[in-house]
Design a protein around this ligand. Structure first.
Ligand SMILES: [Zn+2]
Length: 463
């Protein structure tokens, strides 16, 4: 499926660009920014692409930290790669096998310091190979902010930024190496703000916003268990109170529902929203519902999955050095001292079962065929955890995304050189969505995320 000449050229260019890509891995990691606030991370990638001849549009779709970068003569198919670059609050850590904060607001506990440069790197490699082989069409990199709250691609989609794209390829670190054609979770997310009068905790008869939020949580857990088995409910109290003798005046409760059945996951969220406002009524406090986003889970696509599987095999899996393995062993020991390190180094095709995560590209995958490769980290290193941040900042984290970059480049060139494959992928998508009424995904926090994203992270946003 992957032409030997394409594989050889992509390998050559990827090797030549490797120092630049690895520099970007390190720079993105050392300067983590919260979702919606990735000003420097987005600029770093956009400027790097511009330096390699891409025409860059910053602030795409009206989102300050989004961009679109284009390369190629056009006039043929458009293949896009997704760049992500946001980091997670509270997960900042040194690149060491021990919990030690650097004092930063965020950390790359999901490895998006790798995804942006690896996928942008794939685009640059693919553009060079296409030019050399005289392959037309266009390669587009979509710079996607705020993936971690499953928000950015929903906003970009609604703004029309994905229009005209024929196929999308992307990558992520995980516990498996290879290509995927199986669903991940749908996610619906929103915040409930309970407010009442503050006052001295010794007085009686006061309204307590925190107590109401806690009651809403208990009611929601019971309702999901009884009425929505299979749907997961997750919540945090982002703002609870200050001290027991000051009655909390505002409490913020962030709920997400997650599941493989989109309609049920949505239905569960609606049920919880009703319970959340019922709790406010009973407790005599006000409740404001601030919706954040909703995204379908990934729609599998075997046409792209098989292509990416072939490309991963042609590129070869991650090549860890002894020093890389020693670091990962130390990290595993810190996370799971009783266990031996397990790391999946075999390249496989995953087309049965499900993946546990949600991604905002899931929504897009129902409109445009989308394929993803994964590279593995040790099973003992939890994702969305300080240890993943540590690994993402260490050279041991790099062989996976470097292999993915090479595979994505080969697959991109193959698609542009054989538009019939894109047609197949689109026909497959149409077969899979036949009979499903796709509606515009709902989105909240648009003014907040575009004008004052810091207020989102300070839990003070109002919409
Ligand atoms: Zn991620």
């Amino acid at each position: 499926m992957i032409d030997a000449r394409v594989a050889a050229l992509a390998g050559e260019y990827a090797r030549a660009l490797r120092p630049e890509i690895e520099t970007l891995f390190r720079q993105q990691w050392a300067d983590p920014e919260l979702p919606g606030m990735e000003v420097r991370a987005a600029a770093r990638l956009a400027n790097w692409l511009a330096g390699h001849g891409f025409a860059v549009e910053k602030g795409a779709g009206g989102l300050p930290t989004a961009f679109v970068a284009r390369s190629g003569p056009g006039g043929g198919p458009v293949a896009a790669l997704l760049a992500e670059y946001d980091a997670l609050p509270g997960l900042d850590n040194e690149a060491a096998p021990v919990r030690k904060s650097l004092g930063l607001a965020a950390g790359h506990g999901c490895g998006h310091n790798h995804i942006g440069p690896a996928n942008a790197g794939a685009a640059v490699v693919a553009a060079l190979v296409c030019r050399e082989l005289g392959i037309g069409g266009e390669i587009r990199v979509i710079g996607c902010p705020a993936e971690e709250i499953l928000w950015g691609k929903i906003a970009l989609f609604r703004a029309g930024v994905f229009a005209g794209i024929d196929a999308i390829l992307t990558s992520h670190g995980d516990y498996q190496t290879g290509a995927l054609s199986r669903p991940c979770q749908a996610v619906v997310s929103g915040e409930f703000v309970y407010a009442s009068e503050s006052g001295h905790g010794g007085q009686t008869g006061q309204r307590n916003a925190l107590l109401v939020a806690e009651e809403a949580v208990s009611a929601a857990i019971r309702a999901i268990e009884t009425d929505y088995p299979g749907v997961l409910l997750r919540h945090v109290l982002r703002k609870a109170g200050v001290m027991p003798s000051i009655m909390p005046s505002e409490t913020r409760l962030w709920f997400t529902t997650r599941g493989f059945d989109y309609e049920r996951t949505r239905g569960a969220y609606e049920a919880i929203a009703r319970l959340a406002s019922d709790a406010a009524r009973h407790g005599g406090v006000s409740c404001r519902h601030q919706f954040i986003s909703e995204s379908r889970g990934y729609l599998p696509n075997d046409t792209l999955g098989r292509l990416l599987f072939a490309a991963m095999r042609a590129a070869g899996g991650p090549q860890w050095t002894e020093a890389d393995l020693a670091f990962m062993r130390a990290l595993c020991h810190a996370c799971a001292p009783e266990e031996q390190m397990e790391i999946d180094s075999e390249i496989r095709y995953f087309d049965s079962g499900e993946d546990y995560y949600g991604q905002d590209d899931g929504e897009v995958s129902w409109r445009i065929p989308l394929g993803r490769v994964n590279w593995a980290y040790p099973k003992q290193v939890p994702i969305h955890h300080w240890a993943w941040t540590a690994l993402s900042g260490h050279p041991a984290g790099s062989p996976g995304p470097l292999a993915a970059a090479q595979a994505l480049a080969m697959a991109t060139v193959t698609l542009l050189g054989a538009p019939a494959l894109i047609v197949d992928a689109q026909l497959e998508l149409r077969r899979r969505v036949a009979g499903i009424g796709l509606t515009q995904p709902r989105l909240g926090a648009l003014a907040t995320m575009t004008q004052a994203p810091e207020s989102f992270w300070a839990a003070s946003w109002v919409e």
